[in-house]
Design a protein around this ligand. Sequence first.
Ligand SMILES: [Zn+2]
Length: 336
Amino acid sequence: MRTAPASLRFVGGRGQNGLMTDRSIVFVHAHPDDETINNGATMARYAAEGAHVTLVTCTRGEQGEVIPPELAHLANPERLGDYRVGELASAMTALGVFDHRFLGDPGFPGRPAPEVRAAGEVVYADSGMAYDHDGGVVPSPNPPLGAFALADPEEPAERLAALLQELRPQVVVTYEPGGGYGHPDHVQAHLVTMRAVELAALRAQDESAGWAVPKVYWTVLPETLARESLRTLRQTLGADYVGPDPEERLPSMVVPDNQVTAAIDATAYTGAKVEALRAHATQVTVSADGSVFALSNHATQPVLGLEFYHLVRGQPGGRTDEKGREIDLFGGTVAG
Ligand SMILES: [Zn+2]
């Protein structure tokens, strides 16, 4: 992969707290709620520090399971999709992030996406998912019309590349190749993001409109911490514990500790993350004290203010923690 030359142009502008900023970071996610679960504290921290934080959500999450019985009337793809757009807007307010886009919206840069809804409104549909007999995540046997996971990745990648060329972010964050835990839309979001970065960088070789993103990260969790926190949860909750066996195979985002190259301490923003999690009420249940949350599979997970990343494009830079991990995703970039 081509690395960015030192003389890159960065587009300056006003950050979200009104300060001048040269820092721009783009997070790409499959459904509303994924951004908060994976990167909520990081997003809130960078927004508060004046960076331009952009969230791109690929689908409206209309195949999600509705948890609260009092919201059961929303368990209809059309209604749920619209409702989750509102939940995501509330979550973004909680995180202090104001640049949010759906990849399939008509106003998104680049080629129009296929029309799969009413005239004029274009979206990629949530592909849904199913479980196999071992509890593993597999594609839904009945994906909806326009399922994001079944789209040719080239088309959404073109749209995302156009956005990257417009925003010129120093940092792009997405899932690792397994999509965190195997959801087909997450895997597709990973493929689309990596291809978009490649397309924008290829254009940067001979077009001023192109953009070679200096740093790309995948969201991960260090294995030791993941297993330890599950053991603690199981011990604390006893018979109430629902979740993976801490000694067995864990989801794909859990990686050997030495593959974690950045640890972002955003514990000061854990409160904002909890508030954003609560905003996704159809999908997420948060404990009264805000220390743990659960999705529709009821598996309990800790709310972490420390979030972890694996650098896959560009060079690490800036200060590191005692384990040699970067402590700032912008570290080493021109404006970082
Ligand atoms: Zn998701």
